[in-house]
Design a protein around this ligand. Structure first.
Ligand code: GLN
Length: 579
């Protein structure tokens, strides 16, 4: 924790910095400066889009020239979400440094075009693990270790950490869960302490709530919000801003009422109407002046209006596409949209750049058979075979790959999707009828996909896969090269199995080319079929690096190929009609 002098220093430099900011002094000259902290809490119900509101606010501040980062504190006891079932928790998002994190970090990266890291996602499990390790090391000798102060001190240390190196002006912290949950109490208590310990203008709390609309009464109801703010206040935390999710506009009377009951100024009651796309939310928040109110509270001056020109161009293309393509997403977690979050968002980015609407149709791989495959897949302009783990649904994936390969349908396989393409080619082109991955059949006589050597000795599950960014060298002249436009790339990973290089010569002589490999280990990162209109599988996860400003090249080119396939189909139909 910072002591009184620390606060004073911080305050002193902070004041100095704001004066300097109005002139042209570069930020790095004031590295002793410590960031200001915005906490985002949620009330009434989960799934109100706290992550999107936090990311939108961060975007507006960043677009004014402030250096911003976001972190998420999750109240569950898992050390990270890596071991959670996607059905339960949605996708596990992997950062450059190989942290397995909450999917909200994906939103932060997509909105802000920044990299996050292990430090940006902290769970109760991780906090306790640190405190218990310290206890075992004797750091608290003689003391009883308690939630307050030991757990809350560790929470505060981590909450402040990213803001201490002079790298950021503002650190936003999203607190997972809903106010009133037993497990989020220590986080809320830590926020309370910081509200009291830090200079008033260095910390603020934004509380997101729901204003339900009762159709029968034709009325918006403020009571749940009043209760949720009351509950927050009982823990000693006072929100500075109330953001209200609502289906209907909030009139002035409602805003006044909320302000009165919740102890905030009326201008600090923000309407957050349902939006047609999450990418519209920053502009809705701009209209509501959410950023202006934050800057005022934090006494930050000298920053221009947010520069959102590129964002608006993107949004325009997204909202007014010229045509449509339909892509089949072949996976097994299809009931839950969040399981493939980053893939779906990458399609949004790639669609906008291609000026097409990408309609993604989920197809459950478990129900694809050689008998029904044509009927199920013939309407698509492209197929994406999704990442995944375990045995269920893989034969359907292999059947789908075969259909795409034989019918010239654009194909894009990610991680397990690439591995399935390798198995399919092995079985149906190389004649290795028992080709398989040892993940599904560890006795196969043709283990074309095999467990990585370094994985064989690992017994623990959490955080032990090949994770995070690794380099890949791309073959000149390949499809991958045309897509990336360069030979040295890095992409993020999350896997235990790899292409078995004992089979590489056989595959390449038969026409499936390893066009991207790890420069140190030779691990195959990209497989492609040069004789197909568009057929590529990658061992890594390109969806994790797609942002609004930098859409992932593989998605952009896959959608371009789907668009071409769609146009060709329409032309064929037209010529049939005119015959
Ligand atoms: N189950 C496969 C592996 O571990 C693929 C993983 C994935 O698709 N992320 O290699």
């Amino acid at each position: 924790m910072r002591n009184k002098e620390g606060f004073f220093l911080n305050h002193f430099f902070a004041v100095g910095l704001y004066d300097l900011r109005t002139s042209t002094v570069h930020h790095s000259q004031v590295s002793l400066f410590m960031a200001k902290y915005i906490f985002v809490t949620g009330g009434v119900t989960s799934s109100l889009g706290k992550g999107i509101i936090a990311a939108s606010l961060a975007k507006l501040l960043q677009a004014r020239g402030l250096r911003v980062t976001i972190q998420k504190f999750d109240p569950y006891i898992n050390v990270d979400p890596g071991t959670l079932n996607p059905y339960e928790h949605g996708e596990c998002y992997v950062t450059e440094d190989g942290a397995e994190t909450d999917l909200d970090l994906g939103h932060y990266e997509r909105f802000l075009n920044i990299h996050t890291s292990q430090a940006n996602n902290v769970t109760t499990g991780r906090i306790y693990q640190t405190v218990i390790n310290k206890e075992r090391a004797g750091d608290f000798l003689g003391k009883t270790v308690q939630v307050v102060p030991h757990i809350t001190d560790e929470i505060k240390r981590r909450m402040l950490q990213l803001g201490e190196g002079g790298q950021y002006d503002i650190v936003l912290t999203e607190i997972g869960g809903t106010v009133g949950d037993i497990e989020s109490l220590p986080f809320i208590e830590a926020v309370r302490q910081l509200q009291w310990e830090l200079p008033e203008e260095d910390v603020m709390v934004v509380h997101l709530t729901l204003i339900p609309y009762l159709k029968a009464a034709k009325e918006l109801k403020t009571k749940p919000t009043q209760h949720s703010v009351k509950m927050l206040s009982e823990t000693g935390v006072h929100p500075d801003i109330i953001v209200c999710r609502t289906e209907e506009p909030l009139n002035n009377d409602i805003k006044r009422k909320i302000a009165l009951f919740c102890n905030v100024k009326q201008e600090a009651v923000i309407e957050a109407m349902d939006a047609s796309t999450i990418y519209e939310v920053p502009l809705l928040m701009l209209r509501e002046k959410l950023d202006v109110i934050c800057l005022k509270k934090m006494n930050i001056t000298g920053y221009d209006e947010p520069q959102l020109d590129k964002w608006k161009v993107f949004l325009d293309k997204l909202k007014y596409p010229r045509s449509k393509v339909t892509v089949g997403l072949i996976g097994k977690y299809i009931e839950l949209q969040d399981a493939y979050k980053s893939i779906l968002e990458s399609f949004v980015h790639a669609g906008a750049i291609n000026e097409v609407k990408v309609q993604v149709v989920n197809v459950h791989s478990e129900f694809i058979t050689p008998e029904n495959v044509t009927e199920k897949l013939e309407g698509f302009d492209g197929l994406l075979v999704a990442p995944g783990f375990g045995h269920r649904g893989i034969e359907g994936k292999i059947t789908a790959v075969k259909y795409a390969r034989e019918n010239g349908l654009p194909f894009f396989g990610i991680c397990l999707g690439m591995q399935m393409a390798v198995i399919e080619y092995g079985r149906n082109v190389l004649g290795l009828s028992e080709a398989h991955s040892t993940e599904m059949d560890n006795k196969t006589i043709h283990p074309v996909i095999n467990m990585m050597e370094e994985q064989k000795k690992i017994k623990m599950m959490g955080g032990t896969m090949r994770l995070g960014a690794y380099p890949c060298n791309i073959e000149n002249g390949s499809l991958a090269y045309r897509i990336y436009g360069e030979t040295n790339i890095t992409e993020r990973h999350r896997h235990r199995y790899e292409f078995n290089n004992d089979y590489l010569d056989q595959y390449q002589s038969a026409g499936m080319i390893a066009s991207g490999r790890n420069p140190e280990t030779g691990l195959v990162e990209i497989m492609e079929l040069p004789d197909h209109p568009f057929f590529i599988g990658v061992q890594y996860h390109p969806e994790l690096k797609s942002t609004v400003e930098r859409p992932a090249p593989l998605f952009v080119h896959f959608i371009a190929a789907a668009k071409k396939a769609n146009e060709e189909k329409s032309m064929q139909k037209r010529s049939l009609v005119s015959q």
